[in-house]
Design a protein around this ligand. Structure first.
Ligand code: BDR
Length: 315
């Protein structure tokens, strides 16, 4: 199996990502690190531990990470994920605690200890990852790829042009994008499209297995009529980024230069994806700025990922 570490801000759809990752036989989840985003970092830790316990994966190490972005204040998404970050479903508190290491230390330890290069899957603001890359740059030698949920080629959600995870900590995203490791951007353009059909959601909700019931309740939570988020009920959201690691053939990507707007004002946090035809360079210099090429997901096979996710979670 592929060794992976998920950096998350659980979060309704982060939970859907975790439920999939721990069940898919092709993935070996070495650790999970938590960061402030959808809710405060202590809420993220609690939600993550509860999801893992419900999924029967309570032995995966979980670490608490950054409680705020590098420069911005915390701006949680309770309008989308509920006050507790998990749709206010009244879930039980976890019985165990996070490890004694902070997220950066756990990431470093697990990346360097892995016999095979690790794939990182951030589904959250990129604060922990930026701190890791700046504090322990040697980890890049054992990172296979970073597949992150974030950014948008077209329309944003936090602002007209910026996607939430990048907008929440734009400087951290800029550090990630210039890290010099292979990167796949699983952005809003594909994120919004992978929807589990209503009949499958109902079947999960009606299950007697708490793990499957949780999956169903989380999928049903997103109601565009009440959440202020246009993602339809049944959206897999962040889980699609994990599908893209388990089954990369389900997305169509193009290698394109991506830059984050760090300017104050209405473009802050926008990912500017240069879709003009370019020869195949690994990096591009625009004046003073060095731009890296990123594999940007432009299309997704929706049916394939829905089947993949259901197959692993229900299997
Ligand atoms: C991202 O923002 C969060 O609300 C979701 O969990 C996802 O990671 C989408 O913009």
């Amino acid at each position: 199996p592929i060794p992976v570490i998920i950096d998350c801000d659980t979060g309704v759809d982060d939970a859907l990502a975790l439920l999939f990752a721990v069940r898919h036989p092709g993935l070996d989840v070495r650790a999970i690190t938590c960061v402030a985003g959808n809710t405060d970092v202590d809420g993220v830790v609690r939600n993550t531990l509860t999801v893992l316990e419900t999924a029967g994966a309570g032995d995966i190490p979980v670490a608490r990470g950054a409680e705020r972005p590098l420069i911005e204040p915390v701006r949680t998404a309770s309008h989308v994920h509920g006050q507790d970050g998990m749709g206010d479903l009244g879930l039980p508190a976890p019985t165990r605690r996070p490890v004694d290491l902070d997220a950066v230390a756990l990431l470093r330890r697990e990346i360097l200890a892995s016999p095979r290069p690790v794939t990182l899957i951030p589904t959250a603001p990129l604060t922990n990852i930026a701190l890791l890359l700046r504090t322990h740059p040697e980890v890049t030698r054992n990172i296979e790829r970073i597949v992150f949920m974030g950014g948008a080629v077209e329309v944003g959600n936090a602002t007209p042009v910026a996607e939430f995870n990048v907008w929440h900590d734009p400087e951290a995203a800029a550090i990630l994008l210039t890290a010099g490791v292979p990167i796949t951007m699983y952005g809003l353009d594909v994120f919004r499209r992978v929807i589990v059909p209503a009949a499958d959601v109902q079947r999960l909700r009606g299950s007697s297995d708490p793990r499957l019931r949780l999956a169903g309740e989380l999928l049903a939570h997103r109601d565009p009529a009440t959440s202020g988020d246009p993602t339809p009920t049944g959206g897999l959201g962040d889980a699609g980024a994990v599908c893209a690691v388990a089954d990369p053939g389900g997305i169509t990507t193009s290698l394109l230069p991506v830059e984050v707007s760090l300017a104050p004002g209405p473009t802050r946090g926008q990912t500017i994806v240069d879709r003009r035809p370019r020869p195949g360079e690994a990096e591009i210099h625009e004046g003073e700025r060095e731009l890296r090429m990123v594999d940007v997901a432009l299309d997704v096979d929706v049916e394939r990922y829905v089947k993949l996710w259901l197959g692993a979670v229900e299997g």
